[in-house]
Ligand binder design. Sequence first.
Ligand SMILES: C[S@@+](CC[C@H](N)C(=O)[O-])C[C@H]1O[C@@H](n2cnc3c(N)ncnc32)[C@H](O)[C@@H]1O
Length: 284
Amino acid sequence: MEEYFPRNTFQDTVALLNPELGLQESQALAYIILDKIFSISRTDIIVNRQFFPDSLQKKKYNLLVKRLIDNEPIQYIFKEAEFYGYRFYVDKNVLIPRQETELLIQIISNFRSWNKPKMADIGTGSGCIACSLALSIEDAQLVGYDISPNALKIAQYNAARLGANAAFSTLDIVKQNLPPEELDLIVSNPPYVMDQEKQEMKKNVLEFEPALALFVPDDDPLLFYKAIMKKAKISLKKGGALFFEINEQFGEQTLLLFQHYGYSQAKVYKDLNDKQRFASAVLE
Ligand SMILES: C[S@@+](CC[C@H](N)C(=O)[O-])C[C@H]1O[C@@H](n2cnc3c(N)ncnc32)[C@H](O)[C@@H]1O
């Protein structure tokens, strides 16, 4: 059996990925590859004791490196993404949950002391926001809506796996109304990337993630926010709150829209990169 050394394998892996993916991402991925394929931890790399991979492991390694060089996101390859401390099943039917969106869960949790809140998540995708809220706010009840039946199956699967009190239903928020209810809060991370922003985007997003989850036309980039602000009024109770993730370019416009649709206490929040990323308002 051929002997390998963790440090060499790590460095070789980084060298293979680096030209396409850049150094930082290649290093992060190399740690994951060594762990997943050879069960080699970061400590094993430091200790650098030899190991003896079998032919199946070598085959898996070569295939995985090729898929990553082809820009396939690692979350789709392993069908798993971490969000707010929970593991979500993901595949090409849903957006990979973004780390920055975790802050939205925090903003909502700290907004007020919720008492058995009834909530809705519009454009639920993998169900990452829906399940995290249902699991982290006591006695919360949640319905997640999406236009994509395939996304809803995944959200349902994630809720069942995580034991989250969330139900899911198909809805096109642009064409259909929300059911009349007395909800405490509505949250949405709708599509908000303008078509004109495509040229600055990385291949792993453009070629693999669902366009339906990402893009809005350049001539109406706030179409989802307008639809949700208008339709949320039927579903929210008095004093209920609306929360959004937003395109960093549209903080001011979102505040103006809240005002236009008659919401109060409108507020914009920054993400960890100091970009205007979230907004909230209350229906009084
Ligand atoms: C940016 S993704 C957000 C997914 C998930 N909530 C998250 O934060 O990772 C937007 C979601 O909106 C859904 N969507 C797109 N158009 C829609 C529509 N007209 N009505 C309802 N949902 C829609 C997409 O299928 C996608 O799952």
